[in-house]
Design a protein around this ligand. Sequence first.
Ligand code: NAD
Length: 310
Amino acid sequence: MSHVPQDSSPNSTTASDSTAASSSTPNSMPTNEHNPSIPSLFDLSGRTAVVVGAGSGLGQASALGLADAGAHVIAADLNVEGAEATVRLIADRRAAGGAGAGTGASAGTGAVAEAARVDITDSASVDALVAAHPEAQVLVITPGANVRKRLTNTTDEEFDKVIDINLKGTYRLMRGFGTEMAERGRGSIVTYSSFRALTIEAGQGLYAAAKAGVVQLTKTMASELGPRGVRVNAILPGPFDTPLTQQIKADGRWWGAYADKTALGRWGTLHEIAGPVLFLASDASSYVTGHSQLVDGGWMAHDGRFTPDV
Ligand SMILES: NC(=O)c1ccc[n+]([C@@H]2O[C@H](COP(=O)([O-])OP(=O)(O)OC[C@H]3O[C@@H](n4cnc5c(N)ncnc54)[C@H](O)[C@@H]3O)[C@@H](O)[C@H]2O)c1
């Protein structure tokens, strides 16, 4: 299957192309004659996707989704056993056929996923991952950590830990892979923020501040690398049942209140993150950058405290 160029940079546009586009008249209106097919826009065959935090939860679900679309997935995590388990899941889906086979030229050829160890709080470790996969065209950054305490009870160490994993880790990865993608003139970076970047809860101040920072880093990198063909977008999940949210799950009232606050009246299931991640990673979103994509079951869409009987 032929691809439209991913994230094509103005650098790859000839001067005459630019002139033709800007001097568009009714007589030279573009048509839909060369409209790419929807399956081709979502097809990642032949592309390397580095998914950091792929050993668990939403990172693993993201990795499975990108592999289903045909990407060669590098499942990177501090927890190598988790990353290896994700690689096995991808291999099992490929072996089962259909899922994981991709839709494009490499469909059925069984591009293999790989596990990698990385510690995103260590710049040397991040740089080694970048050096091992400079050709990556997709980067998904998922590691996160939370310390649920009121601000007056938190310590400098807790502040540093939450900021280092959520914010500075994202920065290290987008800096390294962003540099390589810009040199090649193409790429898509998907960061993981949170609905907590937009609305807070008592006891989540450090996390909320870090996630708001991720949104601003995402917008800045989108602005800086857009002219060089690299798109950068943030996913803002709502409540999903993962190791990160077990403290909430252990408290029935907390758990139920979260379900009730969403418009859909429930927590998200892991695979429901994969579609939005694939959309942002692929050419399906080729004119989307600097965006904050909520995947929150409608949490942010409504007040939710009271539904009048009208
Ligand atoms: N689960 C939710 O409800 C929810 C809601 C909003 C936002 N998020 C965000 O989504 C992202 C994924 O969360 P999750 O719930 O899947 O979490 P998770 O705990 O299931 O997974 C996090 C993964 O990151 C890895 N990791 C941790 N520290 C690392 C480091 N220093 N270097 C490399 N890898 C490291 C862990 O080993 C783990 O595999 C996070 O950024 C989180 O803040 C989650």
